[in-house]
Design a protein around this ligand. Structure first.
Ligand code: F0G
Length: 458
């Protein structure tokens, strides 16, 4: 049967011109940036696939909402509107606004984790794990093994391995586990969803042991779309209904609204426990801002309300994820090694397979991201040995199984023609992959080193 085409459920009203650079200019720019794409000037980038965080295009409705900003220090009406919108879509009782995701991770970690605690999670995320560690906890990965294999095509590679969870509870006791850190559409696994069935099983186990489940809801709407597309019994449910059902099996969430919710800045912490809520409000005043704005301007909160409503529209998710799949399939057809199945927010190149001659401690994914930039002006990012950091016990590089380059798609920003250019550039590079060498790290900051580290070419 012929495949049914999709098209963007919007038209373009304003454009931003792109700058083209020469190869010589790009070689100089990436050298200056220490071969770290985070340190490039955005001006020197042609197509920016660094991240889908805060890079979405807002709709006319969102821009109109910006004009409704009530910039009162306390009790802004935009805050109450946001509270209602989050309750309606995510279903949690209590909400504390934060400036972005890591603000809410900080609050949750500091309030719930004690020294020596264990925090199980379905693969780490960089900022999330760091906040857990800074609070004295130790992150333990309980994702299913399939998630660590880039070629495994299991449709729910974000699932928690229930057996690993049971073993952990037996080994440490429920009292040592302040919560399960459950990420939707697992970023570091390649944008892979968990299934509702798996979440229900986890919920049953955690309820038995009175362990809360705290959701990282950053890309939960995208996870909901995958459930609609892939899980039996959910074909006829809307993304909006599925999102609410997911949240109903969890006890609270941290959220970077810069992804799913189509805004450039913002986040929130939510929970159903009144005592935790009150403590979170109090922490918010210390680190984020008053509990009725949490680091966001009134206008940001209003744009976020509209963004949440637009994010759960089925046709939006179909086009958003449809574009990622379009790019992924183009690369696959050309024989480029990418993570399977194609995720929601990005296509991930398997750098170990792309550059098998580069040792992991010479940072193949970092080197590949730099080469893609030199080749075409397309900015991507490393998600491998640099991002994983050092093991706090041994001080050695963690050398994760997945050594990836992420081609991350901002929402509603680029066209299919941009995707064609990106694919062609990667394919060209693949043809001369044997000429690509590794890197040596020459500057390493203490925390989240991937953002600021510098390298030399070997
Ligand atoms: N959780 C997940 C799953 C994320 O992807 C991010 C950010 C955060 C939490 C932290 O949120 O940036 O608002 O403080 N991810 C960005 C990325 C940086 O590029 O993947 P934040």
């Amino acid at each position: 049967m012929a495949k049914k085409s999709w098209a963007e459920p919007y038209k373009i009203k304003m454009v931003e011109l792109l700058k083209m650079t020469t190869k010589e200019e790009r070689i100089a720019a990436i050298k200056e940036a220490g071969y770290n794409t985070f340190l490039l000037k955005s001006e020197d980038v042609y197509i920016d696939l660094l991240t889908d965080s805060g890079t979405s295009a807002m709709s006319d409705q969102q821009w109109a909402a910006m004009m409704l900003g009530d910039e009162a220090y306390a009790g802004s009406k935009n805050f109450y509107n946001l509270y209602d919108t989050i309750q309606e879509h995510y279903g949690y009782k209590y909400i504390v606004p934060t400036h972005q995701g890591r603000g809410s991770e900080h609050i949750l970690s500091q309030l719930t984790i004690k020294k020596g605690d264990i925090v199980p999670g379905n693969m780490y995320f960089t900022t999330t794990r760091l906040h857990q560690e800074l609070a004295g906890g130790e992150f333990v990965d309980v994702i299913i093994d399939e998630a660590h294999d880039s070629q495994n095509e299991f449709p729910f590679k974000g699932n928690v391995d229930i057996k690993k969870m049971e073993k952990l509870i037996k080994e440490y006791g429920a009292k040592k586990i302040p919560y399960v850190s459950l990420e939707a559409n697992v970023n570091m696994a390649g944008g892979q969803p968990f299934s509702m069935e798996n979440l229900k099983e986890l919920h049953a186990l955690c309820s038995k042991h009175k362990i809360p489940i705290m959701l990282d809801a950053t890309r939960c709407v995208e996870n909901s779309y995958f459930i609609q597309q892939r899980e039996k019994g959910y074909e006829k449910k809307t993304v909006k209904q599925i999102l609410k059902e997911i949240c109903s099996y969890t006890d609270g969430c941290t959220m970077s609204a810069k992804k799913d919710s189509l805004v450039n800045i913002g986040g929130f912490f939510a929970c159903n426990d009144e005592e935790l809520y009150k403590k979170a409000q109090n922490m918010c005043v210390v680190y984020e801002g008053l509990h009725t704005y949490g680091g966001m301007a009134g206008r940001d909160m209003e744009a976020l309300c509209v963004g949440i409503r637009e994010s759960v529209m089925d046709e939006h998710q179909q086009a958003r994820i449809g574009q990622t799949i379009y790019l992924g399939e183009k690369l696959m057809k050309a024989g480029i090694p990418i993570v399977q199945p194609i995720g929601s927010h990005a296509v991930f190149l398997d750098a170990k397979k792309f550059l098998p001659h580069v040792d992991q401690d010479e940072y193949p994914a970092q080197s590949l991201a730099a080469e893609i930039y030199i080749e075409s002006g397309v900015r991507t990012m490393e998600r491998g040995n640099v991002s994983a950091g050092r093991d706090p016990h041994t001080g050695k590089n963690r050398r994760p199984k997945l050594e990836l380059v992420r081609l991350t798609l901002p929402r509603r920003v680029y066209t299919q023609a941009h995707m064609d250019v990106v694919a062609e550039s990667v394919i060209e590079l693949f043809e001369r992959r044997n000429s690509i060498t590794g890197l040596k790290m020459i500057y390493e900051p203490e925390y989240l080193r991937f953002f600021q580290a510098k390298f030399n070419k070997l």
